[in-house]
Design a protein around this ligand. Structure first.
Ligand code: URP
Ligand code: ZN
Ligand code: ZN
Length: 472
């Protein structure tokens, strides 16, 4: 069925203007003045609100098997919660165990994701190396629409990538025209600090940030950047949480290196004092890596987002309920790492970004949707309200208020790291693939309506990199 959205201001990353939007067959048919409604079309009166592209969360972990348990949010509940909060696409992660075949792992995740209510895609983690990994990276790019590979520089004795693996994988990604991404924390240092803290009797969640100080993140961010520089590959650093990693990115970009940075909604607003709360359940619910930081780091992250040093926002949505977090009741290193947020990223970015004057509405669209679409090579299919794009659209009411709470959210987890925050500005309506899936508090997410989105490799991008090398 066709939908005509009338009377709104269409906000894209490059410009905003009053216009109507006509949707049919899952695609935006036209954006313009006084569009005529086809017979039978549903008319939506935007009432002067903003009409924007649906959010893209480039970093989630639905039903991830991790640290001896499985994330509570599955691909249906997680994508449904995303739709309720205006996120119409996620990019999740296939994470093979060391020695696990990459293609087997990819197929396993594709199977889990069939229940998704919104569109999705996958980064694939490189957690070990042999000839089959090299070959399968090629197959994933050529035949399965994967254009980004993830490397965890943390999680020693599990999925950590050492420098040898980073070098091999970065070089292979370069051959394939795929983007290298890293979780930047020095896993050796984290392990060492964890053992020291436990020896000193620090067993509670307060040990978590102490074992992962900003220097540990800054070192890894800088190391990954330097490896990428020498090997001449673009790099994307996920969940930057501190001034140290922002400084490494700023320096690299200032020297002409192609380095992208992501920031999580949680790292922008949640304070590290949560780890010193005497209530274990509360503190443990915030255990994620890298940890939440103090106000000075949050200010550095906002500044970097405003300055364009960080381009994307995400959530790292990876939920564990209280009984799962209790696995680490006597030892903080055993608390499953991860927090939620897929439903609230846009609320937080608008409330603390646009309402404070840090971001314009167009910059909000860039940070929540368009930049992820561009960096992960699905623009302009996603990330823009324009004729020909997928009809993933929000009607965003800048005055709509609601209080975030685990009691009312749609996420399948018993805690919300943004609990009690009253935000002004949220999606009154979410359209995904041309269908109204959320309106005024009513969620109509459909199991298995989500599609796998292929992301092609980056030929021009890489040619440019190689040409630069040749010219040096
Ligand atoms: O604590 C986190 N971030 N858990 C999910 C895995 C990861 O490191 O992204
Ligand atoms: Zn991570
Ligand atoms: Zn993650």
């Amino acid at each position: 069925m066709a939908i005509l959205i009338r009377g709104g201001t269409v906000v894209n990353a490059d410009a905003a203007r009053r216009a109507d939007v006509l949707v049919a067959d899952g695609v935006i048919q036209a954006v313009g003045d006084k569009l005529a409604a086809p017979a039978g079309a549903e008319i939506v009166d935007a009432g002067g609100a903003y009409v924007m592209p649906g959010g893209i969360d480039p970093h989630t972990h639905m039903e991830l098997p991790f640290m001896g348990t499985v994330a509570s949010e599955d691909f249906f509940t997680g994508t449904a919660a995303g739709l309720a909060g205006g996120t119409t696409m996620i990019i999740d992660f296939v994470i093979p165990s060391p020695q696990e075949n990459l293609l087997d792992s990819y197929r396993k995740w594709r199977g889990w994701a069939e229940k998704a209510a919104a569109d999705y895609s996958f980064h694939v983690a490189v957690t070990w190396w042999d000839e089959s990994v090299r070959r399968d990276m090629g197959t994933l790019v050529a035949e399965h629409g994967v254009n980004s590979f993830k490397h965890f520089m943390a999680y020693k004795n599990a999925i950590m990538a050492d420098d040898e693996l980073l070098v091999k994988s970065f070089l292979r990604a370069r051959e394939l025209g795929a983007l290298c991404t890293v979780h930047a924390e020095n896993g050796e240092l984290v392990f060492h600090l964890q053992q020291e803290l436990l020896k000193r009797g620090v067993t509670g969640p307060e040990g978590h940030p102490l074992s992962r100080p900003p220097a540990v993140e800054g070192e890894a961010a800088n190391r990954a950047i330097r490896l990428a520089q020498v090997l001449d590959v673009p790099l994307y650093i996920v969940h930057n949480s501190c001034r140290e990693s922002v400084e490494a990115i700023a320096r690299a970009r200032g020297e002409g290196q192609r380095v992208f940075g992501e920031v999580l909604a949680g790292h922008l607003v949640v304070d590290d004092e949560v780890y010193r709360n005497p209530d274990f359940a509360f503190a443990a619910a915030h255990v994620m890596s890298p940890p939440f930081r103090g106000k000075a780091h949050q200010a550095a992250l906002w500044n970097a987002l405003q300055a364009g040093l960080l381009q994307t926002t995400a959530t790292d949505h990876c939920c564990f309920c209280a009984p799962q977090k209790a696995m680490g009741a006597d030892d903080f290193t055993k608390i499953p790492n991860g927090t939620g947020g897929v439903e609230n990223r846009l609320h937080i970015l608008w409330h603390y970004g646009v309402n404070t004057g840090r971001l314009t509405p167009s910059e909000f669209v860039a940070a929540t949707s368009a930049n992820a679409a561009k960096i992960f090579n699905i623009y302009p299919r996603k990330g823009v309200v324009a004729a020909g794009a997928d009809a993933d659209i929000l009607v965003w009411d800048p005055k709509r208020r609601h209080r975030i709470s685990a009691a009312t959210h749609h996420q399948n987890v018993d805690f919300n790291i943004f609990e009690g925050i009253e935000v002004e500005g949220s999606n009154a309506l979410t359209v995904a693939q041309g269908k109204i899936v959320y309106r005024g508090g009513e969620l109509r997410a459909e199991r298995s309506a989500g599609r796998y989105i292929d992301r092609p490799p980056y030929p021009d991008y890489y040619t440019a990199e190689l040409a630069r090398t040749a010219a040096r």
